[in-house]
Structures are given as C-alpha cells and as structure tokens.
Design a protein around this ligand. Structure first.
Ligand SMILES: [Mn+2]
Length: 465
C-alpha cells in the first residue's frame, strides 16, 4: 500500500471533481468458482483499491462529495471466521491504514443510502461488471439490475478515469515492478521454446512466475503457434520446428499494477527468410510508434502511423499494391491487423475499461458518452503525461477473413489475394511493449532493460538455457 495520505488526497480530489451527492465505491467480494466456499482467487476492484488501498474482500467505500468525508462499510471477522482465516485486523484498523476514520457494519449501508435518497441526494456509482455487485447495487439503491447502466454516473466515470489514467511517480514505480515480472515471464518462455514442448508447459511456467513474485497474471496467458487467432487461449499444441510461437502475457505486481507484453519467435530458434521479412515489418511499426508518441496526441493518430508503416512494409514484399496512404484509406489494413494499436495500462490490463472503452479527452466526449451504452471510445482518447499505453502492432494471416474480403470484392487492386494464399499457413505476429507518456515524449517501461525484440536478439535467446 502507499502512504495513507496518498489515498486521502485522491479521495479529496475526486470529491472536488464531483461536487455534489454521494460517491459509492463497492470493493469486490469473494466470487465462488464451483461451490460457495471455493472462490476464485480474490481480485479487488481497481477503483476501490485506487481510492481505499485495501486488498480485502467485501468492503464498501462511501464519499460525501460535498463535505469530503469518507466512510468504510464492512463486517469484522467473527471467531467462527477466524477459525478458518486466522486473526484479522478490525475494520477500524483497516480504515486507519488508509486515513479513513468513519467505519460502519455493512448492514448500515442500505439505511444510510436510503436516507440520502430520501433527502434527494444523487448517489454516484460506476457501471458494475460483476453479477454480485449488480445485485448489491440493485438492492441498496432500489434500481432493477437491468436499469443499473442507465443510472450510472458518467461524471464519476470521467473523473475516476482521468485520475487513474495519469500515473503518479509512485505508481510508475509499481508499473516498473510489473514490467520486471513480465520480463521474467517472457524470458523464461523464450528459453523453454523448442520443438516437442507443449504450449501449456510454457503458459504454466509463465503463470507460475507471476504468482511467485506478484499477485498473478494480468489476463490469461496466450501461448500459441496460431498467432493469427488474436486471443488464442487454447494451448494444447505441441511446438513444431518451422512454426512461429506467439506469447502474449503479463503480470500484476503485489500492489496490483499490470504489465502486458507480446513476443513472437520461431520454435526452431531461427527465423526463415519469409518469417523474418514479415517480422521486421511489424517491428518497424512498433518502433515507429515508440518514436512518435508524445503528450496530447490523439490515440487514433498513433494507430494510423502504425497502419501506414505496416502498409509500406507489405507493399515492399508485394502483398499490397499502390501507396501506403491508399491502402490505409481503403481499410485493407483492418484485414491484416484487425485490432487497435494498443490500450491503456495501469491497475487494469485494459485500464479503466470497466467504465467502457477508454477515452480521455473529456472535454469533447461527455455528451457522446452520456448517450452511449459503452460510454467512451479509444478513438477519442488523448494521451496525457502519465498515460501508459501498449504499443502492439501485428500482422495476421486469417484465412477465413481474407477469403471473406476477397469474396466481397473488398480492396481490389490494393490487396494481392493470389500472393496472400501463400501465407495461409503463416500464422500471425504481434510485438508488444508498454510506453509511458512523459512531459516531452515517451519512454518504454523497463528503461534500459528490454525484452529481446530484434531478430538477432531473439535468435540469441530462444531455446537456449
Ligand atoms: Mn495488450
């Protein structure tokens, strides 16, 4: 945890931004996996943890935006609980550690909220993403679960995202810790990679590192020779010489900050000429993004720069014709990289996307956000100092998608479909690092320490003990 004053300062800022009403911030509860007493590993809600610091289940934070007062609701452990859990701090002790003085049993919350509602006060809450939280909110606020999204507080979503988006120095230290975990996971994967190894052996070893040194993975690890499937969670494949292996994985630091990296390399440890050609196109796009990212830039400009660099490279190897500009304008790149260039990274691996797809240019999108069910779009995301975003271009040869585009007559004269046929067994390549936007430009998390990324660097490590 950070110092208690970090949390009280954050709460004060949030109250000032919201101004009126109450701000309800439920933490996560234990979520049963296969029967009530066997829960998934506990994962705290990131926004609750950001404002209240506590990585403990079944707590609820309430802020009075007008007075700035903070209260924590929860239940002290009984002797019956302690038999199973061992001695636990009281709610009062937990609260004191994050500079909160007012504590109440959870049962009091409903009464306090009803009283505020009777007085006509607005209760601000974020759109819930877990079933348990939806049911709680529904009961506390008297709003049917299906209506919860209509009554969410867009003001609160904006204010929270704006704060969480801009990482403080102490948060950057945590992001670097998460980088270190990701670094170890990926280096281990590279060393384990050789023909005959099962993909899941690598995925399991990586996840082991994330659990040994952090609070686990930041999302389920992707280890696949079918890199063309963007999020391929099947890892039953046996590694074969000649194929490429795509590894996309990250960890959460003990304090709950995430890393997210992808590397793609040959199972045999040596790139073929064709693999190398495509790889270097993706690497150029990755490097281009790292060159141009600077504060106040719109995310869609970064995305477009990556597309242009990829298109240039594909023209160079004869898979596209004409100019890179025309290829990007035609939409042809959406067939070969059907995803965004990156996403925010922080306490969530897609940072703040619990509030909808991210956008941080609050001045211009509040109205659109209010009308939209998903609220915000990365297309309107403006990068600010303190933003961390992933830089993850890729090229994917997805036979079903290419066939569909061809059948529909798309990108005629731009895409060389005949040549593309030769790539139907190629797979896909993605390269991903994490960039911190600074006051003047950006820097890659990890500093001087970099995961092997060039052909030469990878060939020196893959399959070697
Ligand atoms: Mn990512």
């Amino acid at each position: 945890m950070f110092a208690p004053s970090t949390y009280s300062a954050r709460r004060k800022t949030l109250c000032e931004k919201i101004g009126t009403g109450l701000i309800l911030l439920p933490g996560n509860s234990q979520s049963p996996n296969n029967y009530p007493n066997n829960a998934y590993y506990f994962r705290q809600d990131s926004t609750f943890r950001y404002f209240f610091g506590l990585n403990v289940p079944s707590l609820v934070g309430l802020l009075d935006a007008e007075t700035g007062e903070a209260a924590l609701y929860g239940d002290d452990f009984t002797v019956e609980d302690i038999i199973w859990t061992g001695p636990q701090p009281t709610l009062h002790e937990l609260a004191a550690a994050v500079d909160v003085r007012a504590t109440y049993p959870l049962a009091e919350l409903e009464r306090h909220l009803h009283e505020a509602i009777r007085l006509g006060r607005r209760i601000h809450y974020l759109p819930p993403y877990r079933g348990e939280t939806k049911l709680q909110l529904s009961e506390w606020l008297g709003i049917a679960p299906r209506m919860l999204h209509d009554r969410k507080s867009v003001d609160l979503m904006m204010a929270v995202a704006e704060m969480r988006e801009r990482k403080s120095d102490e948060e950057i230290v945590e992001m670097e810790r998460a980088f270190e975990l990701g670094y170890r996971m990926h280096l281990l994967a590279m060393r384990m990679c050789r023909p005959g190894v099962v993909e899941r052996e690598i995925a399991g070893a990586m996840e082991g590192v994330s659990k040994s040194y952090g609070q686990g993975v930041s999302f389920p690890t992707i280890v696949s020779q079918h890199g063309e499937t963007l999020h391929n969670l099947n890892c039953d494949g046996v590694l074969e010489a000649g194929r490429l292996l795509l590894v996309d994985g990250g960890a959460e630091s003990v304090e709950g900050y995430c890393s997210d990296h992808t590397r793609t390399y040959p199972v045999s440890g040596r790139f073929t000429e064709r693999q190398r050609d495509i790889y270097e196109i993706v690497l150029r796009a990755h490097d281009r993004v790292a060159e141009i990212v600077r504060p106040h830039m719109m995310y869609h400009e970064v995305h477009r720069a990556a597309y242009l660099t990829l298109a240039e490279g594909l023209i160079g190897v004869g898979l596209l014709h004409g100019t890179a500009e025309a290829a990007v304008e035609s939409g042809a790149m959406t067939m070969l990289m059907p995803h965004g260039l990156g996403h925010g990274l922080g306490m969530d691996v897609h940072d703040c996307e619990a509030m909808g797809e991210r956008s941080f240019d609050f001045s211009s999108i509040a109205e659109r956000a209010a009308r939209s069910a998903t609220c915000v779009y990365r297309s309107a995301w403006r990068l600010e100092p303190g933003t961390v975003l992933t830089d993850e271009p890729g090229l994917y040869f997805i036979p079903a998608l290419i066939d569909k585009c061809r059948a529909e007559g798309l990108y005629r004269g731009i895409v060389d479909y005949d040549r593309l046929q030769d790539y139907y067994d190629f797979g896909g390549i993605r390269i991903e690092d994490d960039l911190l936007v600074t006051e003047t430009g950006n820097c890659m998390l990890g500093g001087e320490k970099k995961l092997p990324v060039t052909v030469e660097e990878l060939e020196a490590v893959v399959g070697r003990e």
